[in-house]
Design a protein around this ligand. Structure first.
Ligand SMILES: *Cc1c(COP(=O)(O)O)cnc(C)c1O
Length: 457
């Protein structure tokens, strides 16, 4: 039986999904609404349209429509790098001597090196449709900024990226790729915005955080005619676009009648995981099937496993709407670990609600253990994974080893979100034995929780 399943399950171009799937449509308890930071009332579409593109606001607020048609232009762009392969990790199974069957959905087959392009092209498309001149955004590790630069270059939009300073300094080639695609890249916090100047005076020498960069990008969009702000994760609209990952995964598995037992993904803001699990979670919510779903996060930024489920700011400057999510507090600045894409203090409100309702699990893993798994995987499966993705690899290997010990032949699917070619400084630190496993103390977290906004229930 196994013999018939190829190393790579490819879908035909014609099998590329025609619609994204909105998991909120099947949730009995919907994620809590975004609140206005000033009034504490739910954000209206009109208010959100001051910051985001019109159609994206519509998608953000729509919790009833299950399937949203993917515009033809976006599907055509997707065809340059999709459908992405679902790989049966035969070599890894063999090496681990596990009875588990391991599959991974590989999203690193494009220049951005990650799944981020799936939403970047959608967001740029709607900005263009609205007649905007350009967009502003933040980037942590650089994948989102790269993806957005690519999408903007394709559609002829201006792209301004605020890049978290430690990442800007550690990954000069990332910055150069973005400039190749015509983006303007500014290290954050910067003195080009008032919120950046305020953060710099409060925390001199800070290496920045996603929360700071978001504040700066939002301010920059507001200050320029014909610009809006776009975000690469966390928001419902991003999870919607990323559902293309899960829909393809499910279609590929269905071709061979494979039913996963466990689905694993790394979680930063939750977009790749939300996308990967979307159709499976839909089945679970409708009572049609059951799956174990596991989010993997860094022990240095453990939103799910040690955070509070509360309303919080999405940014450090406290200019963005409040979201109800698992959060470490918007004043929490994680240590300068190497999984830049997982350093956000909060988590998608949709995934937060699902986690709160017991529909998924979460684990946190130490950085050196993640790099051990990354290196092992690179040697066995050939692909040099991104540090973010390697969190999922770590958990998948641990699960496969547990299967071996228990003699359990379950089917594991995990998301391999991207490649790590721009993360060689991190790999170097690991190889030189200089990598640390910084884990925040309870006191540090308590200090940050104490600054959570007071929102009446
Ligand atoms: C951004 C990123 C992540 C984490 O972001 P999510 O929104 O949680 O998916 C994971 N892997 C890679 C390669 C990334 O670029």
């Amino acid at each position: 039986m196994d013999q018939k399943i190829p190393y790579k399950i490819y879908l035909e171009e014609s099998e590329l999904p025609r619609a994204w799937y909105n998991v909120r449509a099947d949730m009995k308890v919907k994620p809590a609404p975004l609140l206005h930071p000033g009034t504490g009332k739910p954000m209206t579409a009109a208010e959100l349209e001051g910051v985001f593109c019109r159609e994206l606001v519509r998608q953000e607020l729509d919790e009833d429509t299950a399937y949203v048609e993917i515009p033809q232009e976006i599907r055509d762009f997707y065809k340059m790098y999709r459908p992405s392969p679902l790989v049966r990790a035969y070599c890894l199974e063999e090496k681990l001597q596990t009875p588990a069957k391991i599959y991974y959905k590989f999203e690193g087959n494009n220049t951005s090196g990650s799944h981020k392009l799936n939403s970047a092209i959608a967001q740029a498309y709607y900005a263009k449709q609205q007649g905007l001149k350009g967009v502003t955004t933040e980037t942590g590790a650089g994948q989102w900024g790269t993806a957005l630069s690519m999408a903007c270059a394709y559609l002829g939009l201006d792209c301004q990226v605020y890049m978290v300073k430690c990442s800007y300094e550690q990954k000069p080639f990332r910055r150069e790729v973005m400039r190749t695609y015509g983006a303007k890249v500014t290290p954050s916090p910067s003195d080009t915005t008032s919120v950046g100047r305020k953060i710099l005076s409060e925390f001199p020498g800070t290496t920045g955080s996603l929360g700071c960069a978001i504040s700066e990008a939002v301010e920059a969009a507001g200050g320029q005619e014909g610009y809006r702000y776009v975000l690469g994760s966390v928001l419902n609209q991003v999870l919607l676009h990323q559902s293309v990952i899960g829909l393809e995964t499910k279609a590929a598995l269905d071709k061979y009648g494979i039913r996963p037992d466990v689905i694993i993904g790394c979680a930063g803001g939750g977009s790749n995981l939300g996308g990967l699990i979307a159709p499976f979670m839909g089945e679970k919510l409708r009572g049609e099937a059951d799956y174990r779903i596991v989010a993997v996060e860094p022990a240095s930024c453990p939103s799910f496993t040690r955070g509070r489920f509360a309303y919080d700011f999405c940014d450090t400057g406290m200019v963005c709407p409040l979201a109800k999510m698992y959060t470490l507090g918007s004043s929490f600045i994680p240590s300068a670990n190497h999984a830049g894409g997982l350093r956000f203090h909060g988590m998608s409100s949709t995934l937060s609600q699902l986690y709160h309702d017991g529909l998924m699990e979460a684990v946190s893993v130490d950085q050196t253990k993640v790099f051990e798994a990354a290196e092992y995987f690179a040697r066995v499966e050939g692909i040099l994974p991104a540090p973010e993705s390697s969190h999922a690899i770590r958990a998948a290997i641990d699960e496969a080893v547990a299967c071996k010990e228990a003699g359990r032949g379950e089917t594991i699917v995990f998301g391999l979100t991207g490649t790590g070619y721009f993360d060689m400084v991190a790999y170097e630190k690991f190889h030189d034995g200089q990598m640390t496993d910084y884990v925040p103390t309870d006191e540090e977290l308590a200090a940050s929780f104490a600054r959570l906004p007071k929102v009446p229930e």
